[in-house]
Ligand binder design. Structure first.
Ligand code: PLP
Length: 282
């Protein structure tokens, strides 16, 4: 398959990065994961806008405009004949002798992108997934889609060791988000999800869910909710690019409701699938 390395499409086996790339040494960069359905990128504009915003917030100026990036990624998806999968893209501050402070201005950011086949998670979408709870030990700029993912990795590993799909993170009593997903609860027909501030990533999928709710008169509150509210919720679900709108049927060994996906979650799944069809349908 093809890969993008600094603006050029090359064979995956030829794409090599330097050991002094700041992404490799410091995690000094940002990334995006974009869904591809039916050979078309879903919410590409939103992902590229977030990519640019993340980059700028850490002082990396992207070497390409979002229009150029969009064209490059489209070519990549096309040449790789990707039908259902993802595009992964990252930019780092570039290659320079190791030193915490930024390198000289001449050092160009290193951009890479590749595709991967990935089916929609049909089984989990239908049956729901189990989760654990763990303290959110990440930094205070979780709104940046940083390559530094240690807090998330350690949390996800804890979940995996317990046979769970996701770790729900909380700062004290307040639930923030999942290790790689946004978290929603439903109580008496109202959806609640953490406001998009510095403590969570403003998920593109979350935003699609919010838009779909607004368009269908489903009430949503974007505000912090607690562990107690989570435990008392009628329904719980997560959202992410790869996971879409996925029911959560268990939190820390305790069933959510009756332990089966709830009606509002199912309705949102249908509405989300309609959005996919609108953008990526035949
Ligand atoms: N929160 C975190 C910490 C994430 O890493 C992700 C995505 O991977 C999300 C939320 C969901 O964001 P999106 O819907 O844009 O994939």
């Amino acid at each position: 398959t093809y890969t993008i390395l600094n603006g050029t499409l090359i064979d995956r086996s030829e794409a090599k990065v330097d050991i002094e790339d700041r992404g490799y040494q410091f995690g000094d960069g940002v990334y995006e994961v974009i869904r591809v359905y039916n050979g078309k990128m879903f919410t590409i504009k939103e992902h590229l806008a977030r990519f640019e915003k993340s980059s700028e917030s850490i002082g990396i100026t992207l070497p390409y405009s979002t229009e150029q990036l969009s064209e490059m990624l489209e070519e990549l998806v096309g040449k790789n004949r990707l039908h259902t999968g993802i595009v992964y893209m990252q930019v780092t501050r570039g290659v320079a002798p190791r030193n915490h402070s930024f390198p000289a201005k001449e050092v160009v950011p290193a951009l890479t992108a590749y595709t991967k086949e990935l089916p929609r998670p049909a089984e989990n979408l239908k049956n729901g997934v189990k989760t654990i709870l763990t303290e959110d030990i990440r930094w205070l700029r979780c709104d940046i889609k940083s390559l530094n993912l240690l807090g998330s990795i350690l949390a996800k590993q804890q979940a995996a060791e317990k046979g769970c799909f996701e770790a729900i993170l909380h700062r004290g009593q307040d639930v923030t988000e999942g290790s790689s997903t946004n978290i929603f609860i439903v109580k008496n027909g109202v959806i609640i999800t953490h406001q998009s501030d510095n403590l969570i990533l403003k998920g593109i999928t979350k935003d699609v869910v919010l838009q779909v709710c607004a368009a269908n008169n489903i009430s949503v509150k974007e505000q912090t909710f607690t562990l107690d509210e989570l435990a008392a919720a009628d329904e719980v679900f997560l959202s992410s690019t790869t996971g879409e709108v996925m029911p959560i049927i268990e939190v820390a060994g305790k069933k959510v409701g009756n332990g089966v996906p709830g009606p509002l979650t199912s309705r949102l799944q249908d509405l989300f699938t309609q959005e996919i069809e609108k953008q990526c349908g035949e």
